[in-house]
Every structure is written in C-alpha cells, then in structure tokens.
Write a protein that binds this ligand. Structure first.
Ligand code: SIN
Length: 279
C-alpha cells in the first residue's frame, strides 16, 4: 500500500507533491506514518485530484489531532470546523492574502491546516509557502541569540477587524497571545522563526521604536524568495501545511474570478523555546 506513495520535493527547503494516495479513504497506520513523516520533512504537502466530502475531509484532519474552530470567521452550523475560503467579484478581501501562520493569535495555535480548493480561476490564485526553519537558520549567530530571548505579541484584532467584523467571535472577543519569537518544533526539535505580518504587533521586551524596526526587518527577511515555494492549484488540489514552521500567502491576482475551497484546521500546542535539540 505505502509502496505506491511517491513524495517529490518541489524546492530544496519546502514543499513536496505526494502521489499515489487517496485522502478520502480511511488511512492505515502505515499510510499515516508516511504522510506524517513527509510533512515533518517537507513542511507542506500537495495532493492532486482529491474529491472529498466534508465528512471525509474532517475525518482525514482528525487523524492528525482534534480540530480547531476559527475564532472570528462565520461558521456553518452543521460543520463549525470547516473554514470556507471564497472569492468572487463581490468580496472586499480573501482569506490569507498576506504572510501569516494560521491563527497565531490563539494561545495554542493550530498545528496544521488542510485546504482543498474546488473552484480555481483560469490563471492565478497560487499560494506561496515559506519555511520558518530556513528563515531562522539564515540569520547570524548573534541575531539568533538575540531573538531567542524575545516574546512576540500576536493580536487577532489586527488581522480580523475589517475582514470578519465581530459578530462571529468564538470566545466573545478577538484572541491575543504572547509567544516566543523562536519556537522549537515539538516533533522535529528544529528551531523556527515565529512572527508574521498577519498577527504579530511587536515584542514585549523592546521599546516601540525598537520593536517596530525589528518587526519590519524580520517580516522582510521571512519574505525572501529562497525560503519559499509556490503552489499552482487545480480543481480538487489539497495542500496540508504545518503552521509551526511555515507561513503562507494566498495571492489575490484573479479578481473578479471565483476561487472556492474548504479548510480543516488541526489544533496545536502552546509554542515554547528549548535551546538544545530534542533527543
Ligand atoms: C488560508 O490562509 O488558509 C488561505 C490560503 C489560500 O486560500 O490559499
């Protein structure tokens, strides 16, 4: 069964296309192991031709952990864990059209997100993914030592006000959280930069002018193309990314065309920093 699965990297640092697996079929422990291990190695996995019902999509997500409910977006009553990604000629914004790690404003941000796009524009609507391991590792030793001492503030209000408004708030208010600027991945033990344009507003230990300058430097650094790959969607493509060590940016270059899909998001743990690699 697992011998049919082929994992083909799409760049040296991030992304792999996976062939020979049907995500709608209940997974054996062996298939789960292959996919989980490929995700840990490549950070985002891409699959083609995956026609999934909501139930199949939710079931696939649940194999990786409890499901996350979005803190601010409107929810389907029957399937609150399905996050609808939709663009057409009437919308004023699309989900994720700036660099971000999903819902980093939660105290326990999502571990992973599984997006299936059903309807695609003729051209455009690609998504960029960035490795935050590569972004961290490209910094000098001095900068790395400085950053591991810092705490970043992530505010849902910054991202969600003006997009979702306040009428669908999961917790009665916009979430806000403080996380280490460098986080240790709980499975791989690698260190990843954990600040993003969507949610990060500054650093607790710094003066505002210092904080603004550092944030601006880090966001520009994370946007360097050598940390990235770019995914061209087709109808029924799926991307599964690890939010603990990546960021992504959905490009809205196809207005007024329609792009439509569904995301299932897997709950994660509280980010932490540990200096020595895991055993
Ligand atoms: C998102 O941020 O989950 C949306 C990504 C996309 O639409 O490609």
């Amino acid at each position: 069964m697992t011998e049919q699965i082929r994992v083909e990297p799409v760049s040296p640092v991030i992304g792999a296309e996976v062939h020979g697996v049907e995500l709608g079929v209940p997974m054996t422990a062996e298939v789960f192991e292959v996919l989980h291990s490929a995700l840990m190695t490549h950070l985002v996995l891409f699959f083609r031709d995956q026609q999934l019902s909501f139930e199949q999509h939710l079931q696939f997500g649940r194999r990786f952990g409890d499901l996350h409910v979005h803190p601010a977006a409107p929810k389907d009553v029957e399937h609150p864990e399905i996050f609808v990604v939709h663009a057409d000629d009437t919308v004023k914004f699309v989900a994720g059209e700036l660099w971000h790690s999903d819902v980093s404003c939660d105290a326990e941000p999502p571990m992973g997100s599984i997006l299936r796009v059903e309807q695609v524009p003729v051209t455009g609507g690609d998504t960029l993914f960035a490795s935050m391991y590569a972004a961290y590792e490209a910094l000098s030793d001095g900068m790395q030592r400085f950053l591991v001492e810092l705490t970043a503030v992530h505010e849902g209000r910054q991202y969600y006000v003006g997009r979702y408004g306040g009428s669908h708030l999961r917790d009665g208010d916009y979430p806000s959280a403080e996380h280490p600027v460098v986080r240790t991945h709980p499975v791989t033990g690698r260190h990843a930069l954990y600040v993003n344009e969507g949610f990060t507003t500054g650093f607790k230990e710094l003066k505002k002018s210092e904080s603004d300058a550092l944030l601006s430097f880090l966001l520009k650094h994370c946007a360097s193309p050598e940390f990235h790959c770019r995914f061209r969607w087709r109808s029924n493509s799926v991307a599964f990314w690890d939010n603990r060590c990546t960021q992504h940016h959905a490009i809205w270059d196809y207005y007024p065309e329609v792009r439509h899909g569904y995301r299932v998001t897997v709950q994660g743990d509280r980010p932490y920093y540990q200096s020595s690699p895991h055993p």
